[in-house]
Design a protein around this ligand. Structure first.
Ligand code: SF4
Ligand code: SF4
Length: 68
């Protein structure tokens, strides 16, 4: 499983944090170039690849890839 967040487009709305049923995301102390606190992938091993985060992110900056 690989979960990536595109720092350049994330606006820190936290929708992904609230949408994930497995609490994979958390607020980090990392800021993007606009000074926005962006989420981090804190519990990647809990991910069930439902892709709700991808669907819910209003800026399309999350990508969930399942390993083959
Ligand atoms: S839903 Fe998208 S824009 Fe909002 S915090 Fe998550 S990654 Fe960033
Ligand atoms: S794919 Fe589902 S379980 Fe995995 S991080 Fe996204 S919302 Fe959470």
């Amino acid at each position: 499983m690989n979960i990536s967040i595109d720092d350049n487009y994330c606006k820190g709305c936290e929708i992904c944090i609230n949408a994930c049923p497995k609490d994979v995301f958390a607020i980090s102390q990392k800021r993007n170039k606009y000074g926005t606190l962006i989420p981090c992938v804190a519990e990647k091993e809990n991910c069930i690849a439902c892709k709700l985060c991808e669907i819910m992110c209003p800026d399309g900056c999350i990508n969930v890839e399942t390993e083959v």
